[in-house]
Structure formats: C-alpha cells, structure tokens
Design a protein around this ligand. Sequence first.
Ligand code: COA
Length: 377
Amino acid sequence: MEGPRPPLENEFPNVVKFLDSQLRSNEGWSITSEYPVAISEANRNNIRIITESDEVLAHAVIRPMIIKAPAGLFKVAGLGSVVTSSEHRNQGLSSKTIESCLEAAQAHGCDFAILWTNIYDFYRKFGFELAGSELSCLLDRDLDLAAFSSANDGELKFVDGNKVAPEAIYRLYAQHTVTSLRSVDETRKYLQIPNSRVYTAWNSRGVLKAYAIEGKGADLNSYVHEWGGGVSALLPLFSHIRKTQGRSITVIIPQHAQNLRRAFESQRIAINQGYLGMIKILNFQNLFAKIKRHSRHLGIQDFVLDTQMVPDANGVPVRKFFIGSRNQVFITNSEHDIVRLLFGPAKASQIHNFGPESKVIEKVLPINMWVWGWDSI
Ligand SMILES: CC(C)(COP(=O)(O)OP(=O)(O)OC[C@H]1O[C@@H](n2cnc3c(N)ncnc32)[C@H](O)[C@@H]1OP(=O)(O)O)[C@@H](O)C(=O)NCCC(=O)NCCS
C-alpha cells in the first residue's frame, strides 16, 4: 500500500473515476462538475490518496479558502470527499488521508478546518466539533410581500436559469459581511454545477437586485443555500421560487443576516437553529491573535484568549486554554469548548458559568462566521 500522498498528474483521471464510482454512481455526471475547484488538477497537491497496485483505495481533499469577516481575514480548509472503497474499510485508511489533509492545511497556514457530514462521532476522533450557526427558514406558504416592494425598483422581473453574467452575481455576493474570496471565473464555473437552479430578480432598469440558488449536484435539493441582494428583492424572489417549484423550500442563512431573519420572523416563518459545520482549530496562536485584535477594535482592551502547553501531574505536556479578562481568567483543556465558544451557536454563559466575565466574553464571541459554498455557489 502506498500513501497517503497527492496523486501524480497521470493518476488524476483514475482518482476521478474512483470518486465517481464511489460517490456519484447514479447521478449521470462526474463529481468534478460539482466541485470544480477542489477536485481539479490545480488542487492536486491538496488531495490525498492511498493506492495499491495502481488502484485507488481511499481519498480525501482539502480546499484552502480565504474568508473575509468582521473579525478579520481567516484562512480556512474545507475538507471533503472522504471515502474508502467498501472492501478496504475499517483498516484506518480514511484516518490516514484525513490526518494527512489536516497536516497539509496546517502547512498552508489555515486557522481552522471545516467539513459537512452526518457521522459526527467519526470526525470527533480527529478533534472536529459541531460549531458555528446556520438558520434554516422553512417557506411553506405565501409571503405577504406588500411591505417589501421598493418604490425605486418598480416591478421586479424574475428570470430562471443560469445564463447570468457572473460579474452581476459577484457584485451582490461581495456585499455580504462574511464572504469566501472568489474570483469571477470561479463564480462562472459554479453557475454551471448540475442541479443548481439559479433564480434572479431584476428591476425595471435591468439591474440585478437579488439572486438565489436552490439545489447543488447530488445535495441540497429544495434548499436555497446561496443568495445575495437586499431583503426587499430577496423576499419576492424566494416567494417566486416557491411558487415556480410548487413545493416548500428552505432558505439557509447565517445568524448575522439579521435583516433577513427579522423579515422571516415578521412573516411567522419557522426558523430552525443548526450548526454551520464541524470545525477543528488548526492554528490556535494565529486564530486567537486575530480575535484579540478584533476585540481591541471593539474597544475591549483586556480580553484574554491564550493557549500554552503545560505539564500535567505526570510531567506530560497538555494544552491549556485561558479565556476571560484582566479581572478573571478561566482555564480549560477542552478544545471542544473553545471551538464552541469561538464559533457558537451557544453563548459563553450557556457553555460555562463565567459570572460577570461572560459580558466581556460575549461582546467578542462568538465571531460571525459563514462559508458560502464549499466549492460551489
Ligand atoms: C466513513 C468512511 C470514510 C470511513 O473510512 P475507513 O477507511 O473505514 O475509516 P477508518 O478505518 O480510518 O476508521 C474506521 C472507524 O470509523 C468508524 N466509522 C465508519 N463509518 C462510520 C459511520 N458511518 N459513523 C461513525 N463511525 C464510523 C468505524 O467504526 C471505525 O471506528 P474504530 O476506529 O473506532 O473502530 C467509509 O466508511 C466510507 O467511505 N463511507 C462512505 C462515504 C462516506 O460516508 N464518507 C464520509 C462523508 S462525510
């Protein structure tokens, strides 16, 4: 057996064949069309495979992203397409490809890694924890749109289909407070992903006011997982999608999308609180330094967030975390609690009794974080 290692150039087609047979055997398209950047020749060095006599047995990939958020610029590794061929499972192969991917992410200087899965305990073994916020808003009936018509825009015109200039989508996308940096060219590729239904709303002057995307490849059927634009155009657009499709749709939004959240609440739309994904911190020092800088921007000078390796009773070094303010510092060795404190969705006071310090901590944490599409739109 060989690996984990990146595939050689001439092995790449075999890797795609392996993934298609394991993960997309019924779809009629290749997984490369769903993950055009992650599973591509250009990202080959971030792919890890294990092989035996030219046959691929296991695979995992990371895609480093830059996320711009109010708390700063974060380098984040999206981890995905983790799979071992059915005849070779339970021999530790995926554990090896995952560990190797995480080492690569660390070498890239990533602050944290994130993934989406339903096998939580499997990933907890590698230090991942469910964290961050995602709100699911179920549109199961007509919206009252009277309050959302904008006098400036006249009647909105809706267009269904992906023949939209990526530049126009990009312009609205860039207005989000938390974005993953994407090029216009990546946006163009993402608009072509199979089963991604693209809907746009235009004003009477032909200006794009909102866009929304439902479905993506084999996943997210009936979920609007990406959107952009102002609430006054988005609500009519969501309503249009629901009517066109003749079924309920769920719009997923970040916790910090407060205007949209309030608009849904005023329509009595059911909102479910979920997790952004499973997160593992890769570089504590870097990440903590960014968050402390952010706390100073917020006017909080004495926020404490640090980590050190400290010998335990047997002299074995263990990682300790320090959090609080100049008045009182709390110590924990739970990496899981730190991830939850940093990214939410729980507030500090729901995780631990920090007494009066919880006020200081909650001014800074959790930070606003969101990933618009792991290699998709
Ligand atoms: C999940 C998967 C990647 C594990 O690969 P693997 O090479 O067998 O993994 P490893 O041998 O390194 O680890 C096996 C361990 O994972 C556990 N595991 C496997 N599938 C699991 C599941 N669905 N839920 C929880 N634990 C699971 C095994 O019980 C075993 O635990 P142990 O080490 O305590 O005995 C493999 O089963 C697979 O390819 N599944 C189909 C694709 C998939 O679901 N990928 C994950 C998408 S996020």
